[in-house]
Ligand binder design. Sequence first.
Ligand code: SAH
Length: 459
Amino acid sequence: MKSFPIFINLIHKPVLVVGGGDVALRKIEMLLRADAKITVIASKLCKQLQDYQKLKKIHVKIKTFEKNDLVRSVLIIAATDNKKINLLVSKTAQGLNIPVNVVDEPSLCTFTMGSIIDRSPLLIAISSEGNAPVLAKFIREKIEALIPHSFSKLASIMGSMRDTVKGRYESSQSKRIFWENFIDHPLVRQFLNQTKKLSDKQLMTLVKRNKLQKKQGEVFLVGGGPGDPDLLTFRALHLMQRSDICLYDKLISKDVLNLVRRDAELIYVGKEEDRHTVPQEKINQLLIKLAKKGNRVLRLKGGDPFIFGRGGEEIEMLMEHKIPFQVVPGITAANGISSYAGIPLTHRDYAQSCIFVTGHMKDEKLTLEWDSLAKPNQTVVIYMGLLALSQICEQLIKHGAPKSLPIAVVEQGTTSEQRVITGRLLNITQKVKQEKLKSPSLIIIGNVVKLRRKLNWFN
Ligand code: SAH
């Protein structure tokens, strides 16, 4: 460890910034957030700093930097584009043992600030000790996604509760257990996920009633998107990382599953070749049983849970059993695949509307509104339609769609395995057979498919 991480209180403390340009401005804005007493020495100021001067947020000296300017500062930042001045500031500060940072000059710094995630009073700073600032920023973005802004409010609330908790729990172990249960309590989690508003007063009542000792389970019905893990929402990732048990479908890609909390138990409830799906009723019962035992159960579904996902039925059951739950939307196959296949679902010249239907057959038969599906100037997206592809094409032609209407079938869309076969209603079945496309495959029908020739960007 070359640098020792500390968090320093700068409230009303004198800090000197040498430089008055955009780079100095960025540092000054951070220092203002920390309530430091800022003096700026510069030959001239950028517009924003002039405004800060007028508002008396900073004290300004328009002059050239001299050694004496450093006296009394607790911290110094040099942000000029003049190497000589930067060097002089650094040397003088080091001579006086005042911590100094020279922007973009690690060799002249005695401290650095790292990449910061500000959820005050919760602060996270990441440093690569000057080796890889871009990596530190990359990590910051990942952590940003995992820590919603509501953590800021919660940290304040927990701070204000400390004395009360101290008074009620004597040993440090019982205090720790109290806080662990508190953070994990469904009400607090709902507050963190912004699904519930909780006042400080309500939280205090929770402490006093001592309700927190009982662990209450809940279900997260989460859309896992079409395959590419980068298409998950922040909230999906957040809940995936908080679950105890995960029930997942066949559609969930390995890369997405890898992001579920490492210690969570994984239960597969999807279809396997030559085996029947776990019946929906059994899944519902399992969700209820596991949640009632106090688990945070992640019900991870492909795409969006409310689009051909039977998500509605699952939460209906939870509702009946009074089990708390939340639903997180996902990118549905139609959205993800149209983007990754370069086929816009609507287009001013080709399609003014778009219909999503299921091609799932009952007793080898499809019952769809063929007349409306065969109409021009629209896009039809068919989920679960691979097995019925020849029937679909025949019916559309029979109900007036041109034989030459463009159609695409996309296998494992949005993943590195994505395959796109395009053709016409009259020849696509043959092509798909030749290429041996398998499930999951999505069908897109309409003139928009022509655009792929121009707009194909992925792979
Ligand atoms: N709830 C899901 C759909 C479930 S139905 C969603 O919103 O996307 C399952 C069907 O979705 C599959 O048969 C297939 O038609 C389609 N599908 C889902 N993911 C897919 C993918 N990555 N590539 C191609 N089709 C996909």
